[in-house]
Each structure stands twice: as C-alpha cells, then as structure tokens.
Design a protein around this ligand. Sequence first.
Ligand SMILES: Nc1ncnc2c1ncn2[C@@H]1O[C@H](COP(=O)(O)OP(=O)(O)OP(=O)(O)O)[C@@H](O)[C@H]1O
Ligand SMILES: [Mg+2]
Length: 227
Amino acid sequence: MIIALTGQKGGVGKSTTAIGLAVAGLERGLRVLLVDADPQGTARTWGDVAAEAGHPTPTVIAMGATMHKPDQLPTLSKNYDLTIIDCPPRHGDVQRSALMVSHIAILPCGPSAADAWALTASLDVIAEARTMRETLQACVLITRKQSRTALGKGARDVLEASGLPVLSTELGYRVAYQEAIAAGQGPTGFSPRDNAASEIRTLLDELETLFHGKETSGCYLAQAAAS
Ligand SMILES: Nc1ncnc2c1ncn2[C@@H]1O[C@H](COP(=O)(O)OP(=O)(O)OP(=O)(O)O)[C@@H](O)[C@H]1O
Ligand SMILES: [Mg+2]
C-alpha cells in the first residue's frame, strides 16, 4: 500500500500524519518505508532524532520528482508492506510524481474556510494524476480539529457540501501530535492512551479497509476531482 500525504497548502499536518502512520504501521509489524519528498526534510530530521533516541524508526529516504520512474519507488516499495510519501506544499512536479505511484492520496485539511478553499488547487493535481492512474483513490482528512469551536463542528459539512470525499477518521488538535514528533516518535508510541494515538490507529485501519477495496462510509474514488 502506497499512501501520499499531499496538498497545496502548507502547515496542515502532512508530515505529522505521515510520521504517525509510519510508526503505527511499524507497531503492527509492517515493513514501512517513509519517503521524504519535501526539501524541508521534516521526515528525514525526525528519522534521525528517532534513530538516535532508539525509538522504532522506519526506513526514511529522500526522493523527488522522478520517484515514479520504474527503477525508483515502484521497485523499492516492493520490499515494504507500507510506503508513505510526505509531499511538499506547492511543488506540482513532486506531487504529480508521488500521485503516479500511490494507491491513496490523502489531502489533510484544517477546519477553516481558507483550508477548504486551498483544496481546489490540489484537486486539479489529483484530476490530472487520475488521467494517468485511474485507480488512484483520493480523500480529504480533517486535521487539527477543535471540536468545541463552531468551525470544528462544521468542518465536515463544509467539505462534504463542496463535493469532496472525506475520510471518516478525523484528527483533533492535540499537543500529543506535536510532542511525539519532537521526541522522535509517533503518537502511538509516545502516548499510547492519548486520543491522538487512537485517531492514528483508526486512520490506518480505515486506509487498509479502503485499500483492500471494502466500502467505507466516507471515502471513495475522487469523482469530484475527475469530473
Ligand atoms: N493534529 C494536530 N494537532 C496539533 N498540532 C498539529 C497537528 N497536526 C500538525 N500539527 C502541528 O502543525 C504544524 C504543521 O504540521 P506539519 O509540519 O505536519 O504540516 P505540513 O503540512 O507537513 O507542513 P509543510 O507544508 O510545511 O510541510 C506543526 O507544528 C505540527 O506540530
Ligand atoms: Mg511537511
């Protein structure tokens, strides 16, 4: 299963979610490859911190706009059960390359109107990718949600009303996500009983279900993007 965390907007939780999923995969005994496709190098730096601290660390490698070439990620990912690509914001060619090899594209989106508007540009990239890769599944993940705010409560309605497929799992705004990354861990290892840990485990479950072709309540082929 190859999953890309992508989207045009910066700072929405792509790297945090990618790392959290990678660690959750390791805990399930999966062989995990974390591809850092962002020149900022968040995932690589985290990988160094994790390895130094002796925490479970996936294989972390840097790749760019040629990762879709047959001798690159398509070959390398065969040695892993779960490959997660952490994309940069606003790098069309890198995102395109990632989407050409991914089974599922996740578009993290914060619960604000500005976040939802920024998705439009990302959908164009996905629509284009699907002309070359029909089977690409794409869905929005609500992140950094603050349930008590009106914005948090209305996030799903706003996104679904705009015709976007939205994953059932939502990630709350939780300090554990931030602290885990700083400690070279994912939330499941850092604070296993925190809500952040259960959200990440549930997200991985939902993605596995989606990958194996079973229906889920929230996510389906990105018809909205293709049409
Ligand atoms: N669910 C969450 N709850 C609380 N804070 C979060 C959550 N997800 C991400 N953050 C915080 O938000 C900031 C941005 O997150 P992150 O680096 O994962 O975003 P990104 O989309 O990868 O950014 P960029 O586009 O710059 O690569 C970080 O400080 C991170 O700790
Ligand atoms: Mg990032």
